[in-house]
Design a protein around this ligand. Structure first.
Ligand SMILES: Nc1ncnc2c1ncn2[C@@H]1O[C@H](COP(=O)(O)OP(=O)(O)O)[C@@H](O)[C@H]1O
Ligand SMILES: [Mg+2]
Length: 519
């Protein structure tokens, strides 16, 4: 890779949706880094969580969704730092905005859902403990109890990360926080003050994000370990947030989200009409964005909009400026959506199946356009698709998702020629370019697991021709194949039997070199 600087870093992301009285988990612990200037493809079957993941990046989840855990750090590059128009010049955790923007109703339902989870788990543990006492299925019962204990911890942690500090805690912590807020204050705290605070925190049933951080810092002061000023700043930031009214936090979060979507991350969706207003001329829609984000006059904006329309390949741009989206073909509309996205001057362009609704020749043109614009504007592109065939043509790296997890990642070459996960094999095997005349195309049997339940073991096991007993019991870790390549399958454990990947995959090299894939 030419450039090894991270621009986005996702860590332990969990996304859930409230569906009536149940909870569905769409993203299960995704951790992934995206580098400045690269094109990453995210590939998986329909329903695997690709769109939810992209919406998570810009906090566009529907109101019944929430990010239950994790962080998404955005790191601005030198260009962005020096550009007066960029909104974010320091690294930020995007998930904070989301939490701030959450309604109090959502907060309440997260709390009650987790309380219910804890209660159910505790009841089950009670029953299992009795079984162990009576010596019934003791080993399995103990494993189950360990799982349930972990679930209780997760539930507490999830609640704590959404909870506001209690009034009592805020009152108790005010004096020490006042000291910490002064320059160097943290290094001159009185011993009794530290002890009192630590005593108080020790007696809390579970700790919020703020309390955990405060506790860590105070322990460090006690042990005379140097304290990072960033840690202290983060603590002060959370403290301010906790002491501001919910309304003020929400307004602030929404303002930041607007900045994020305006100047940092832009998204292109599958259906152009979801992002365009059918009643307004396309030219007007582009100029509006330019005027909002770049503070241009109408005349300037109109000129720039026509430039952008030319750039995305609209013939007779001056004439077509006044047309409403309905007068454009599907492919042309998608070009307009791309122009609107570019008008925001994004650093990161997310394309969520931008060509799925288009016919094949138009698809190839739009892909070429995205490639060309990426180069010209130095964009980082996150390209979402269910079609691995498209990937060979556009991506530097690929992440394969299944049931809300990344199950394999690597360079495009790693994935096409050295895939290690049976699900990736299956996706590759169903590429039409691998089919021989007269033979049926390979397709994956079965369906993905229900997202309403906890998944035991490897979620792909029931559909996996190579599944072993352990796949039904334990979730595999991500095994590193090389520094650029990893796969989450027990087949990579040294104790597993050697398995040959499906024969038809050897034809891939030929298919790609003949440029049959990705055309
Ligand atoms: N607002 C929502 N409420 C409930 N479930 C949702 C919502 N949005 C997405 N999901 C569920 O999350 C899962 C992943 O969806 P999605 O990311 O759209 O899949 P895809 O990979 O096809 O883009 C699906 O099971 C879907 O039903
Ligand atoms: Mg989708």
């Amino acid at each position: 890779m030419e450039n090894n600087r991270k621009i986005l870093s996702l860590k332990d992301i969990v996304v859930k949706f409230r569906v009536r009285s149940k909870m569905l988990t769409s993203i299960r612990n995704i951790s992934f880094d995206i580098y400045d200037g690269e094109t990453v493809a995210i590939v998986g079957e329909s329903g695997s969580g690709k769109s939810v993941l992209t919406k998570t990046l810009t906090n566009m989840l529907e109101s019944n969704g929430y990010i239950a855990n994790g962080s998404i750090m955005y790191y601005p590059n030198e260009d962005s730092k020096n550009d007066p128009k960029t909104a974010f010049k320091d690294e930020i955790n995007l998930i904070k905005f989301h939490k701030g923007a959450l309604t109090s109703e959502a907060r309440k339902s997260i709390k009650s859902y987790n309380n219910l989870r804890i209660k159910e788990a505790k009841t089950k543990i009670g029953i299992l403990t009795k079984q162990i006492e009576m010596n019934i299925d003791a080993i399995n019962s103990q494993i189950e109890i360990d799982n349930l204990t972990r679930e209780i911890e997760n539930a507490y942690q999830e609640m704590a990360s959404f909870n506001r500090l209690s009034r009592r805690t805020r009152k108790k912590m005010r004096p020490i926080m006042k000291e910490i807020a002064t320059p160097e204050g943290v290094n001159f705290l009185e011993k009794t003050m530290i002890e009192n605070a630590l005593d108080y925190l020790k007696n809390e049933e579970y700790l919020t994000e703020f309390e955990i951080l405060l506790q860590e810092i105070l322990h460090k002061v006690n042990d005379k370990i140097a304290i990072d000023s960033q840690e202290v700043n983060l603590l002060l930031e959370i403290w301010t947030f906790q002491n501001q009214s919910a309304l003020k936090n929400k307004t602030q979060a929404n303002k930041n989200l607007k900045k994020l979507r305006g100047g940092t991350i832009a998204t292109i969706f599958q259906d152009p009409m979801t992002s365009l207003n059918p009643l307004l001329s396309v030219g007007y829609q582009i100029t509006e964005v330019l005027r909002a984000h770049q503070k241009m006059s109408f005349i300037e904006a109109k000129q720039e909009a026509i430039e952008l329309m030319k750039k995305v390949g609209i013939p007779n741009a001056e004439k077509r400026f006044k047309d409403i989206p309905g007068k454009y073909s599907g492919g042309m509309r998608q070009r307009i959506v791309i122009a609107v996205a570019l008008a925001c001057k994004p650093k990161i362009l997310i394309c969520d199946e931008p060509t799925t609704a288009l016919d094949v020749t138009i698809q190839a043109q739009i892909l070429d356009l995205i490639k060309q614009l990426k180069k010209e504007y130095n964009l980082t592109v996150i390209f979402i698709t269910h079609d691995l065939g498209v990937v060979a043509n556009i991506a530097d790296r690929v992440a394969v998702v299944y049931a809300g997890q990344i199950i394999e990642y690597g360079t495009t070459n790693d994935i096409f020629f050295d895939a290690r996960h049976p699900y990736t094999w299956a996706l590759l095997s169903s590429l039409p370019q691998l089919g021989n005349k007269g033979e049926d195309l390979y397709s994956i049997s079965g369906t993905p697991p229900s997202l309403f339940n906890e998944i035991k073991g490897d979620p792909f096991a029931p559909r996996n021709d190579f599944a072993m007993a352990i796949d039904y019991e334990l979730e595999p870790p991500m095994f590193e194949v090389s520094p650029s390549h990893g796969a989450k399958t027990w087949l990579l454990d040294p104790r597993s039997p050697k398995i040959e990947k499906p024969k038809q995959l050897s034809r891939l090299r030929e298919a790609v070199s003949e440029a049959k894939v990705g055309e």
